[in-house]
Design a protein around this ligand. Structure first.
Ligand code: PBG
Length: 307
């Protein structure tokens, strides 16, 4: 009877698994705070993509960890950059798997910030050049969808224009539209080696206290041409997910981030919580709030649990 009247369903095809790709060969370097996740060299990532595809998971979100970082984030937009190599390899091996790329600079800058530094601050507009070059290079490599996570104002319009000008008018933009300055990104920054070397990200990421501002940020991205909108983190921001679902006709994504994952894993490692039930309950709640797509480090386990 419960199954008959169930309102919310999870499908592996709605999950996107974030992957961290590093230089080298045969590398699988476990990420301490994110059990089961690892930095993968391109060849290992390809094996992972094959498994992900066979589980019926919708897609992967690629994060590159470059060999070297510099002040100009040059690894982010290099044609043979780590993400560009990873995209080519993933699309060649598993063409049916949707490959989304995170467009940001923090993994590629020596200072760890998401944009161009002028004085002691990130300069919003000067960051556009890096972002548009990166987006175009990902599209050229074959990415199915571009996901800007930098949170500079106006970047969706700039990226759209750049993609169109290069003949990629059919590549959708999946915008991290409401991205909060969250403590829950902690484990990710270890995984992606992207902790800011000075200051924090509060000048470009949102105050967790602000709901109306979140709607405003999403409206701007929508008007600038975002094809899908993302809310991040997910669990602590279910009200924002619900508002997005009610207001915008486009698909809504929610990112269950590294800290949300790590909390469940840590508690279950201590025997304090049932991991699988916590996984399914949190994912179901994110769906119930209105997310069509869930980016989650639980993608594989949840897909297996649903099989
Ligand atoms: C890049 C980016 C971050 C995450 C996704 N893209 C980190 C940040 O903003 O510091 C976090 C994802 C996670 O915690 O799982 N800017």
């Amino acid at each position: 009877m419960r199954r008959l009247v169930r309102e919310t369903h999870l499908e592996p095809s709605q999950f996107v698994l974030p992957l961290f790709v590093c230089p080298g060969e045969g590398i699988r370097k476990p990420i301490n705070s994110m059990p089961g996740n690892a930095q993968l060299s391109v060849d290992e990532m390809v094996k992972e993509c094959e498994e992900i595809q066979s589980l019926g998971i919708g897609g992967v979100m690629l994060f590159g960890i470059p060999e070297t970082k510099d002040e100009h984030a040059s690894g982010a937009y290099a044609d043979d950059g780590i993400t560009q190599q990873a995209v080519r390899a993933a699309k060649a091996a598993t063409p049916e798997l949707i490959v989304v790329t995170d467009v940001c600079n923090c993994e590629y800058t020596s200072h760890g910030h998401c944009g161009v530094i002028v004085g002691n601050d990130v300069d919003n507009d000067r960051t556009f050049e890096w972002l548009t070059k990166t987006a175009v290079s990902h599209a050229k490599a074959g990415a199915d969808m571009i996901a800007p996570s930098d949170m500079m104002d106006g970047r969706v319009a700039m990226i759209r224009k750049a993609l169109d000008a290069e003949g990629f008018s059919n590549k959708p933009i999946f915008s991290y539209a409401a991205k909060f300055a969250s403590v829950f990104y902690g484990p990710f920054r270890e995984a992606a080696e992207s902790t800011p070397q000075f200051g924090d990200r509060r000048s470009y990421q949102m105050d967790p206290a602000n709901y109306r501002e979140a709607i405003h940020e999403m409206e701007l991205d929508f008007e600038e041409g975002a094809d899908m909108l993302m809310i991040k983190p997910a669990g602590p921001y279910l009200d924002v997910i619900k508002a997005a679902r009610d207001r915008f006709p486009v698909p809504i994504g929610a990112y269950q981030v590294s800290g949300e994952f790590a909390m469940i894993m840590a508690a279950s490692a201590n025997g304090w919580i049932d991991r699988d039930r916590a996984m399914m309950e949190t994912l179901t709640a994110i769906r119930r709030a209105g997310a069509d797509i869930i980016l989650t480090y639980f993608s594989k386990d949840a897909a297996r649990a649903l099989a």
